[in-house]
Structure formats: structure tokens, C-alpha cells
Design a protein around this ligand. Structure first.
Ligand code: 3H9
Length: 690
């Protein structure tokens, strides 16, 4: 007996309870007593059957991720599962909450799985850059078939108890009294008598596998892996389960796991797992939160509509305000259309669509916002307009209502100062499309009350957003760094790179898309308009816009697009324009390599991140990583810009920044002192290794 594992005998059925809050991870202090308990029960005549159950909110949610990268203390999970499979009496996993990763692998070591109706079962290791390393890749296919197992393991997405029983993963699903039902089930099995066949010996589902179909599905999944090793290793391991004897496939799984767990990609993804949870720890987290039961949104355009949908998706009633009936009708129609698309794609039921639409109330009268607990303004990005809106809100919002601006760049302190209650004001910077993108920058203004910050952070989680608290500056964390990433783009072209070379270098790095392709998708006219408003110029992009090349929507931008196609085609006229501009400016053209492109785009990005840390705009380097991975597509296998920078090595980045500073004379490359300092103390790397 230990505090983490206890055993009780319920009229001949041994109940082994794991109690390791918060998620019953299989830490060493669980594995050891669990192994000892099972070894004793195996030969204990007083136990006719064994049930493994968990205390608290969930079944085992996996191996203890904090132990990865350290020497493994025996017994390992694999040994526990192997021991389970030597037990002749019936063994039953009683599953509630989430049986994930090593948790599901433990359950796969049992003869039977009885699940609570609300339980979820899955092998999400791929999301940590890993594959299931406790036999999951060889046992799951034996129960659910190789194709289903491949889908589950490569996506990492858990399935419901209902799906689990249909797939053959669960043997019974119960609506209540899980433990009592599991004990009853175990007793019934003991009465029925064995032999009970361990999963390792159940090969019938594997025998029916169509290997060609499997390979076709695996090839499709591999295409989507975009440089990540884990999805490919997952597919390889499941294939081994089909083609190799059990023990050989298990040994191969082990080797693949060891390779991945010690690699940079998994370290990066584990870093992100903890970084997201760390980001949620905001100042005032333990204070009494304000109640948020109705949200008001001002503006039913693309942004406002998306934000309203994000709240409705989280079951919150929304009052949507527009300036005219016509604009309101248009906004609500777009929302309805978006939900209809989800229904047609099968990601939403008609019933859920109706339920969500039922949460919307439209209005053209500010007075209708008086009952809202949170009001988010998503009007035109202009300080005068925003201040006017906040003036009106100040007059009508009820005391204690939280007032948020969805500005991407403007000074939230100035906006807050236009009200008589700056402590209730903050920024909520959503990313477009706001109903889809997970990131939310919560902008803390100078006078924002801590409980306001904490309330909004909680709310963000409630609506499925990954929130990061940031301070006030132009562009906050994300857009400010984005400007730094793009600052060299045109110079790279003028010096001899082509748009497709720049895009390819970044796609090879792991981005879903390069900056020029992205520009064409978003519309080049947007940046043009912004530049004009700020009196800035971009020599090539401005000329393209003057010629009506706005990107995909006009069929021409940095690339050419055939009618109806989103496939970029190299445009020789654009390349000629770049050469002509370079000649006009007296800039000599030369070969520009992929390494130079990465250094001149991503090192300035990291450098800006370091400045942001120095200024306290972000509280932690890992917060910046969370912003960039969730909002801007920074490759997860690189862990975000700051994690990647630590692996690159601060001194190297500083040296290269100084090199490019000398070459170009442009001040953007001035290395931030924090970059040098932090790199030397390797503090960022410490955050990653947690
Ligand atoms: C694996 O199993 C490998 C095996 O195949 C092979 C082994 C040889 N370990 O998310 P929450 C912490 S790989 C350590 O906010 P929720 C988390 O950091 C693993 N710590 O709760 C947080 O700490 P803090 C495969 C863990 O209710 C606290 O628990 N399994 C672990 O929103 C609460 O977490 C997975 O990948 C862990 N495994 O969600 C599942 N899990 O309070 C990973 C959580 O200090 N976990 N913590 O910030 C999850 O997906 C979610 O935590 C879960 C609960 C859905 C379970």
C-alpha cells in the first residue's frame, strides 16, 4: 500500500485504486506500488478478479511527462503491462474521465475495459512529438483493427466511450456507478471462467488488414506531417504490428519511442504543452472572478461576427450590436452561413447550429448592452472611433461590466482613459477567423484590475481559446514580432532572392506557408492601405498594388493564379519588376541561400521577442512561443521562436545579427541585450526542459 496506490477486496474482487492528482499520471511513485500490488494479486487466491480504477477526476491521463528526458526508474509502464498479461484471472480497467496515452496502454494490458459514458479514450502521444511507448501501437490495432488504430494514433484525437464500444476498444459502457458496475462485470467474468486471452494474443482483427489500403492511408497522413517525425513513426509502428510478430513489433516501438523522446521535436512539443498551461497562470488567478453570463459585441463585420461565434460556441448568449438594421442583417446572415458550412462539412449537427443561433440577439441600440457582463468592441481600427465607442459604453454598461477592445495595435491605456472606469478595461485581441483561431492575446492595461484579467483568462479557457496576457505596445506580442519578421522580405528580393525562394525556405523550416504566399492570400491591398496611413512605403509591394495586383482575389500578386485556383505560379513579370527596382536603387543582385533567408527573417523575429521580454510586455519567453504557435503558424516541432532560439544558441544569433547589421547597416538588427544575456545563462532552455 502507498498513498498513490491502494488495494481493497470487494467480496473476492480486488480493487486497485490509483490516486495521483491532478490527472493520475503514471509517475514513478505510482508505477512502483502498482507493479507490486499487481504482482501480489496475481498469486493471491483471495482475489478472483482485479479491477483497476482511479480516484479523482480522471483515469490515468498518461505517463508523467515531466519524467521524460531523465533516466527511467524501473518498473517502466511496459513492465506493468507485461505483468498484467501474465495474470490468468480476469482484469478490468474501470475508466472515467480521460484514459490517455500510458493510461490507455495500461487499460490495454487488462482483459476488459468498462467505461463511463462520458469517458474519452485515446493515444495523444503524437501531440507531444512521440508515439505510444507502452505497447499502444501493437495492442490497439489488435482490438480495433489497424486502420482505425492508425487514424487514432496519428491524429492523437481521443474517441468517446460510445465510439470505443463500437470499435471494440471498450467491453461495456455504463451511465453511472462505474466502480460498482466494473466490479459486477469482473465478478461475472470470474464466474464464467477463463481462459481469458490477453490483448497481445488477439490477432484476428489484424489478420483481416488490407495492407495496400493501410499503406495508402498512411501515405496520405505522411503528406500532412510537414517535417514532423512523430506521425511517420506512429504509422511505421502500427504497420509493424501488422507485419511483425508481437514481440518484435513491441521492440521496434521501443526503439522508435527512445529516438523521438530524446529528439528536439518532442522536447519542443513537450515545452509547448507546459507553456500553454503556464500561460494560463495569470496574476490574480486565485481572486474571486466576476460572473459572465451575457456578452455584448459591437460590430458584426468579419471580426465582430467571428468573436460573437466564438462566445456562442462556448454556450454564452451574445448581444450583437450594429449601426444599422442592414449591417446587422448582413452580419447575422454571415454567421448563419458559417454555421451552415460547418453542418454541410459534418463538424456540427443541425440541432447544435439551431441551438447556437438561438443564443444571438441583434440590436442597433447601445441601451441593449446594459445587461451584458462583458462587452467586446470590434469596430474600425481608429483611435477616435474606439474612444467614441468607449465613451458610450461608459454611459450605459452596468457597474462591474468588463469592457474590452479588440484592437490589434492601438494603445489600450489611452482607450481605458476615455472611460471613468479604466480598471474594468482591457484588450482582447482575437485572431481571424476568431471562431476558429485558438489564440487570444489578453492585453493588460496599466490600470486593469487583477480580477478582470483573471476573469477574462478563465472565460478564454471556457470558450476553448489559448490565452496569453501581454502588455501594451504597438502590435502587442504577435503583430509587433510579425513586423520584425517581415522587415527584410523586400530587401531579400532586391538582393537576389525570388518570392518563391523565400517562401520555400520558410516552408522547409516547417511553416504552413511562406510570407509572400500569405500576403497573396490575405490581400496585398491591406498592407498597402496601412502603409499609406502611416506614411510608409514598400518599394515592390506598393508598385504591385498600384498595378492592381492584390493577390489571390485579383488573380495576381507576388504570384499568378489561374482562374479558380489557389495554386501560386511564378510570375516572370514580378521577377522582372524586382530586378528593375534593384537596378534603379543600385542594389547588386546575387545568389541568396536558404540559410540567409532564415537568419534574416527569423533572427529579427527572435530579437524582437527578446526586446518584448526586456520590456515586460510578455511575462515569460514561453508565453511568446504560445502566441507564435497558436496565432501565426510557427512550426510546433520547433517549439516557438524563443525555444528555437535557445536551441540555435544565443551567441550564434547575436553573432549573425551583428554580421547582417554590418552587411546592411539597418538598425533592426541591433541585438537585444536580453538575447545575449538569456542565451548565455541558457534560461530559455531551462524553460523548455521542464
Ligand atoms: C505517454 O503517455 C507516453 C506513453 O505512451 C509511454 C510511456 C513510456 N504528466 O491540462 P490540465 C498536469 S505521453 C504530467 O490543465 P485539464 C498539467 O501540466 C502522455 N503532468 O487539466 C497541469 O499542471 P499544472 C500522454 C501532467 O483538466 C495539470 O496536470 N498523455 C500530465 O484541462 C492539469 O492539467 C497526454 O498527452 C502528464 N501526463 O486536462 C495527456 N497531464 O496545474 C496530457 C497533465 O501544474 N494531458 N498534467 O499546470 C492532457 O491532455 C490534459 O491534462 C487532460 C486534463 C485532458 C488530461
Amino acid at each position: 500500500m502507498s498513498s498513490s496506490v491502494s488495494v481493497a477486496n470487494e467480496n473476492g474482487v480486488a480493487v486497485v485504486t490509483i490516486d495521483n492528482p491532478p490527472v493520475n499520471a503514471l509517475s514513478f511513485h505510482v508505477r512502483k506500488p502498482l507493479y507490486d500490488a499487481l504482482a501480489a494479486l496475481r498469486d493471491d487466491p483471495a482475489a478472483r478478479a482485479i479491477v483497476i480504477v482511479c480516484a479523482g477526476r480522471t483515469f490515468v491521463a498518461g505517463a508523467d511527462i515531466t519524467e521524460f528526458g531523465k533516466p527511467i526508474e524501473q518498473p517502466e509502464l511496459r513492465a506493468i503491462v507485461a505483468l498484467l498479461e501474465t495474470i490468468a484471472k480476469p482484469t478490468v480497467a474501470a475508466i472515467h474521465g480521460t484514459a490517455l496515452g500510458g493510461g490507455l496502454e495500461l487499460a490495454l494490458g487488462c482483459h476488459f475495459r468498462v467505461a463511463d459514458a462520458g469517458a474519452k479514450l485515446g493515444l495523444p502521444e503524437v501531440k507531444l512529438g512521440l508515439l505510444p511507448g507502452g505497447g499502444g501501437t501493437v495492442r490497439l490495432p489488435r482490438l480495433v483493427g489497424a486502420l482505425k488504430a492508425l487514424g487514432m494514433i496519428v491524429s492523437g484525437t481521443p474517441i468517446s466511450a460510445g465510439e470505443a464500444i463500437a470499435a471494440g476498444l471498450a467491453d461495456a459502457v455504463v451511465d453511472s456507478n462505474l466502480l460498482a458496475e466494473a466490479i459486477r462485470f469482473a465478478r461475472e467474468m470470474a464466474d464464467r471462467g477463463g481462459p481469458f486471452v490477453p490483448v497481445r494474443d488477439r490477432d484476428d482483427r489484424l489478420a483481416e488488414t488490407d495492407l495496400a489500403a493501410f499503406d495508402a492511408q498512411a501515405a496520405g497522413l505522411a503528406k500532412k506531417a510537414r517535417g514532423l517525425e512523430a506521425p511517420l513513426a506512429c504509422a511505421e509502428a502500427v504497420r509493424n504490428a501488422i507485419t511483425l510478430p508481437f514481440d518484435e513489433a513491441l521492440a521496434a516501438e521501443r526503439l522508435l519511442f527512445q529516438k523521438l523522446v530524446s529528439g528536439d521535436q518532442s522536447r519542443a512539443q513537450r515545452h509547448l504543452f507546459f507553456a500553454e498551461r503556464e500561460a494560463a497562470k495569470v496574476p490574480g488567478k486565485d481572486l474571486q472572478k466576476r460572473r459572465i453570463e451575457r456578452v455584448g459585441i459591437i460590430g458584426a463585420g468579419t471580426m465582430g461576427g467571428g468573436i460573437a461565434m466564438a462566445f456562442a460556441n462556448g454556450s454564452l448568449p451574445v448581444t450583437l450590436l450594429e449601426t444599422s438594421e442592414e449591417a446587422l442583417r448582413r452580419g447575422l446572415a454571415t454567421i448563419e452561413k458559417n454555421y451552415a458550412v460547418s453542418v454541410s462539412r459534418g463538424s456540427l449537427t443541425e440541432e447544435a447550429k439551431q441551438q447556437r443561433l438561438g443564443l444571438f440577439k441583434g440590436s442597433t441600440d447601445y441601451a441593449d448592452l446594459a445587461g451584458c457582463d462583458l462587452i467586446v468592441e470590434a469596430v474600425f481600427e481608429d483611435m477616435t472611433v474606439k474612444k467614441e465607442v468607449f465613451g458610450k459604453l461608459d454611459a450605459i454598461a452596468k457597474p462591474g461590466a468588463i469592457l474590452a477592445t479588440n484592437t490589434s495595435y492601438l494603445d489600450v491605456n489611452e482607450i481605458a482613459a476615455s472611460t471613468s472606469r479604466p480598471e474594468d478595461v482591457l484588450g482582447m485581441h482575437f485572431f481571424s477567423p476568431a471562431n476558429v483561431m485558438k489564440l487570444l492575446e489578453i492585453v493588460r492595461a496599466e490600470r486593469t484590475a487583477p480580477e478582470v484579467l483573471a476573469t477574462v483568462a478563465d472565460l478564454a479557457r471556457r470558450i476553448g481559446k489559448v490565452a496569453v496576457v501581454v502588455g501594451v505596445c504597438h502590435g502587442f506580442v504577435g503583430n509587433r514580432m510579425l513586423a520584425a519578421r517581415g522587415s527584410e522580405n523586400e530587401f531579400l528580393l532586391l538582393e537576389g532572392a525570388t518570392p518563391s525562394q523565400v517562401d520555400k525556405a520558410l516552408v522547409d523550416f516547417g511553416w504552413p506557408m511562406g510570407p509572400f504566399q500569405m500576403g497573396d492570400l490575405a490581400g496585398l491591398d491591406i498592407g498597402w492601405r496601412n502603409r499609406k496611413a502611416r506614411g510608409q512605403t514598400a518599394v515592390i509591394a506598393d508598385t504591385l498594388c498600384e498595378q492592381g495586383h492584390f493577390g489571390q482575389k485579383t488573380g495576381r500578386g507576388w504570384y499568378r493564379y489561374e482562374s479558380g485556383s489557389r495554386e501560386p505560379v511564378t510570375d516572370s513579370e514580378v521577377e522582372a519588376l524586382i530586378r528593375a527596382k534593384a537596378a534603379e536603387l543600385g542594389i547588386g543582385q546575387r545568389e541568396v541561400g536558404a540559410d540567409e533567408i532564415i537568419e534574416r527573417t527569423l533572427y529579427p523575429l527572435v530579437n524582437e521577442g527578446a526586446k518584448i521580454l526586456e520590456e515586460g510586455i510578455a511575462a515569460r519567453a514561453s508565453d511568446i512561443d504560445v502566441v507564435w504557435v497558436n496565432g501565426y503558424g510557427f512550426p510546433i516541432g520547433k517549439g516557438g521562436p524563443m525555444f528555437w532560439a535557445a536551441l540555435e544558441g544565443g551567441p550564434r544569433i547575436v553573432e549573425r545579427l551583428e554580421h547582417w547589421h554590418r552587411q546592411t547597416g539597418r538598425p533592426i538588427f541591433e541585438p537585444a541585450p536580453a538575447l545575449r544575456r538569456v542565451a548565455e545563462t541558457r534560461a530559455w532552455e531551462g524553460a523548455g526542459a521542464r
